[in-house]
Ligand binder design. Sequence first.
Ligand SMILES: Cc1cc2nc3c(=O)[nH]c(=O)nc-3n(C[C@H](O)[C@H](O)[C@H](O)COP(=O)(O)OP(=O)(O)OC[C@H]3O[C@@H](n4cnc5c(N)ncnc54)[C@H](O)[C@@H]3O)c2cc1C
Length: 452
Amino acid sequence: MPQYDYDLFVIGAGSGGVRAARMASSHGVKVAIAEQRYLGGTCVNVGCVPKKLFVYASQFQDQFDAAAGFGWMVGKSTFDWPSLIANKNREIERLHAIYNNLLQKAGVSIITGRAQVLDAHSVSVDGKQYSAERILIATGGWPFVPDIPGKQHIVTSNEMFFLDQLPKRIIIVGGGYIAVEFASILNGLGVNTTLCHRGHKLLRGFDEDIRDFLAHEMTRKGINILFNTDIEAIESAGDCFAVRLIDGGKVTTDLVMYATGRTPNSTGFGLEKLGVEWDDEGAIKVNDDYQTNVPSIYALGDVTNRVCLTPVAIAEGMALVNKLYVNQPRPVDYDTIPTAVFSQPNIGTVGLTEAQAREKYPDIDIYKTSFTPMKNTLSGIDEKTLMKMIVVRSTDRVVGMHMAGPDAPEIIQGMAVAIRAGATKAVFDSTIGIHPTAAEEFVTMRETVKQI
Ligand SMILES: Cc1cc2nc3c(=O)[nH]c(=O)nc-3n(C[C@H](O)[C@H](O)[C@H](O)COP(=O)(O)OP(=O)(O)OC[C@H]3O[C@@H](n4cnc5c(N)ncnc54)[C@H](O)[C@@H]3O)c2cc1C
């Protein structure tokens, strides 16, 4: 008789949990997965997927405006928010069915409800108890909202995906990728958009040139960016809100959205009692094998707050299963993880920023170009593209690539392979470009703009 009901009990059917459950099950492991809210987790329901659909929606007005330059006369266009929400919801339902199918086919038992960890080997869901040799915590994160007067009026990215109607005016608080993406989406949909950030630049951690360029382009597109300030209080004022800023400023708006970080979902389901350790920000502490201080309990993805991205959670899920059940450790390499910001303009980036490269190497060359994308020559759209490459002079290794402009994430994904393969600048220089594209600029950058 087996000692436990399951070999592996996964809590949370998001990016990391689903991948770990499916992979483990395909290797003959007896797996259950508990999900309290929605299959696919944050990414599918209130993250990457609906966000990208909104980004597409927000780009049409620019396309309509651009059309005339190419001879197209487009009639009066109108936008219907409820249609977008309904179509988006239908697509997410389709993805739910796919996730359900994939898990079922892999032989994973899907248990619906909120899981509580009872001890190192048992979990309960809706009063029913299950035992497992190992428990995997893949419970993700949740938007953080500070405790300010009027907090009850605030919405987060979670609610933005289900608004009944589009506001005429919005103020978005934050300077990270979710804040700038939503500011770009709403501005593109015609909402009068203010972005309020307590720092002096957007996108902390990104290359300084990209940060400056983005703020400039977003401002040019009509987004009102308030730096070095924050909201002090929000008051209801009839059918809108009066927002008081810490610098004395006042903003009247129809909606206040906060994108001020996310907190790991690590409390309230039994881990406290077991003494599972987490850091000051609530991230569950794990070793290199995703094992917590309680040996039968593992954790990965956003709840460990390492690199909070879907492909990283997926890679961690696969690494865990390879280690535990395939006996072929393939650890995740956290260096040179490419990332994108789906702002307007889009950003794609991989490797070191100029500041990081300066710290790490004594000799670096910077290549940089800024130009009007070909499409914009006829479209009349006054948006530029920025591309930047960072090279270590002594080894000729390319250690960072950054781009802001159309298709930047698509282009940088390919560049990330080259960087990981250790490509030198000479390799880039000897690569034939694809003409006419923006991407070809990365293989035709000849003049350094800065030598350090
Ligand atoms: C607005 C937004 C946009 C984003 N855009 C991108 C992007 O463009 N690219 C990208 O790579 N990443 C993006 N992300 C980040 C990405 O969504 C996360 O990194 C990823 O979903 C993390 O996966 P995870 O498995 O750790 O957790 P999640 O996907 O959050 O899944 C955790 C699951 O656990 C469930 N759960 C929690 N507690 C319990 C419990 N006690 N019992 C049962 N179930 C429980 C939750 O309901 C949830 O479904 C975005 C995130 C947000 C919020």
